[in-house]
Design a protein around this ligand. Structure first.
Ligand code: FPP
Length: 226
């Protein structure tokens, strides 16, 4: 799948999925982990180079305190529990977002997994954590100003984003039926093809994704040309 180097996914619908089962929202996030694992392994097998997933946004801190605390605990557990998946499938792990807001132990766990999987070549899985597109662009500009760098501003910004070195997003998928970007990869998705699936994230399977990719492959991408 050479024309699909970078797939980005907004994993939406965990809360509604749980509600439909008569369970608390947190149950939906737990089930979301299974979907995340299945999709990641499938992408590695399909030789997709980069998969970026929106796990926690800069806006998610304003959810109820109990849910935020649950998500933090879940993230920490995820990084430990899923380590064998990254090792077995030779998946490289990378985090983007403003990680400084996380506890020092969580930051260390993130860094450890990044370092441990740095030479893996099957798939780079990028987790967006405390991520916001505007925040990322602002932090990049801040670094450019701080260093007094001069030159082509678009190139400079691209090179100072958290995603520096990654290709632009080719395909952006949002599950859960809403049709918005929610501050995700704003710079990188300038020419991405967008797909919105009504399926709630915990129910989203590799078969759903394969169908979306098949229709992505039918689309003619013009990048502003005729
Ligand atoms: C959106 O569903 C989902 C999130 C804000 C969290 C996404 C997290 C996962 C899929 C699990 C993996 C996470 C980690 C930390 C590894 P929602 O809660 O907005 O659902 P709703 O729109 O139905 O309310």
């Amino acid at each position: 799948m050479n024309n699909l180097a970078h797939l980005a996914i907004i994993m939406d619908g965990n809360g509604r999925w749980a509600k439909l089962q008569g369970k608390p929202r947190t149950h939906g996030h737990q089930q979301g982990i299974n979907a995340l694992r299945n999709i990641t392994i499938w992408c590695a097998k399909e030789h997709i180079a980069y998969l970026t997933l929106y796990a926690f946004s800069t806006e998610n801190w304003s959810r109820p305190k109990t849910e935020v605390e649950f998500l933090m605990r879940m993230l920490k557990k995820y990084l430990v529990q899923e380590r064998p998946t990254y090792l077995e499938h030779k998946i490289r792990f990378k985090a983007i977002g403003n990680l400084k807001k996380f506890s020092p132990t969580l930051q260390k766990t993130i860094l450890n997994l990044e370092q441990e999987t740095a030479t893996h070549t099957a798939l780079t899985q990028v987790l967006a954590l405390n991520y916001g597109g505007r925040d990322e662009i602002a932090r990049a500009c801040g670094r450019i100003l701080e260093r007094g760098l001069k030159g082509d501003l678009q190139e400079l910004i691209g090179a100072h984003l958290d995603t520096a070195g990654l290709p632009d997003v080719d395909l952006l998928v949002r599950t859960g039926g809403e049709m918005r970007l929610s501050n995700f990869l704003l710079w990188q998705s300038s020419y991405a093809e967008l797909f919105f699936s009504p399926v709630l994230w915990p129910d989203f399977t590799p078969e759903h994704l394969a169908q979306i990719i098949a229709s992505f492959n039918q689309r003619q991408r013009k990048f502003g040309k005729v």
